[in-house]
Write a protein that binds this ligand. Structure first.
Ligand code: URA
Length: 204
């Protein structure tokens, strides 16, 4: 008789989880990517930031938010006086999705199926971290954390309560701010910082 596959028990700590995510084959994005970019930050962080997916520099270095979007995020955090080292930074999708154009690799937004396949890692990260606050950067993260019906531009910048007791809110993605036409970029950045200011007050 055929043996039933062993049940995969939830990882008991973040290092075990990271090791498992390294070999993830739950969607096809692992193959062209350099490596899994797992979350990073203190394991007792009270605030978790969730991005969309690693970009080119993150894919090469294996660390989240080290490229242009990460630098803009850093600037915004500096403005509101929150040290980046106190946060745990991760992504809804943990492999870089891209399109080759000559020698360049152009970011391509993940599809809902990629986010769905990857959500197991995010759910386990949050389960182990037990943060008080989760910040979703962009629609992909918001859909993974707050549900598919979440409408980013209507519902951004206000507190939501999650079933695990954490408070959460969503804002735009820093890469979206960078993609705005020059005349709109400053206003987009100000809106991003205003939303992040929710972090400066105690979560409800
Ligand atoms: N954008 C993201 O969403 N995550 C990163 O890690 C880098 C850029």
């Amino acid at each position: 008789p055929e043996q039933a596959p062993a049940i995969e028990m939830p990882a008991s700590d973040l290092e075990t989880l990271r090791a498992r995510a390294r070999d993830c084959r739950a969607c096809p994005l692992w193959e062209p990517a350099t490596q899994t970019v797992f979350g990073e930050g203190p394991h007792d962080a009270r605030i978790v930031l969730v991005g969309e997916q690693p970009g080119d520099e993150e894919d090469l270095s294996g660390r989240p938010f080290v490229g242009p979007a990460g630098r803009l995020l850093q600037r915004a955090l500096d403005e509101i006086g929150i040290p980046r080292q106190t946060l745990y930074l991760t992504n809804a999708v943990k492999h870089f999705r891209f399109e080759r154009r000559g020698k360049h690799r152009l970011h391509k937004a993940p599809e809902p199926g990629h986010a769905r396949a990857c959500r197991q890692w995010l759910v386990q990260e949050i389960g182990l971290l037990k943060p008080d606050v989760i910040v979703c950067l962009g629609a992909t993260a918001a859909h993974s954390v707050l549900g598919r019906d979440f409408r980013l531009m209507q519902q951004r910048g206000r507190w939501e309560r999650l079933s695990n007791g954490a408070s959460a809110f969503a804002t735009v993605h820093p890469a979206w701010v960078l993609r705005q036409p020059e005349g709109d970029r400053e206003a987009a950045y100000r809106g991003f910082v205003e939303d992040l200011r929710l972090l400066a007050a105690p979560a409800p």
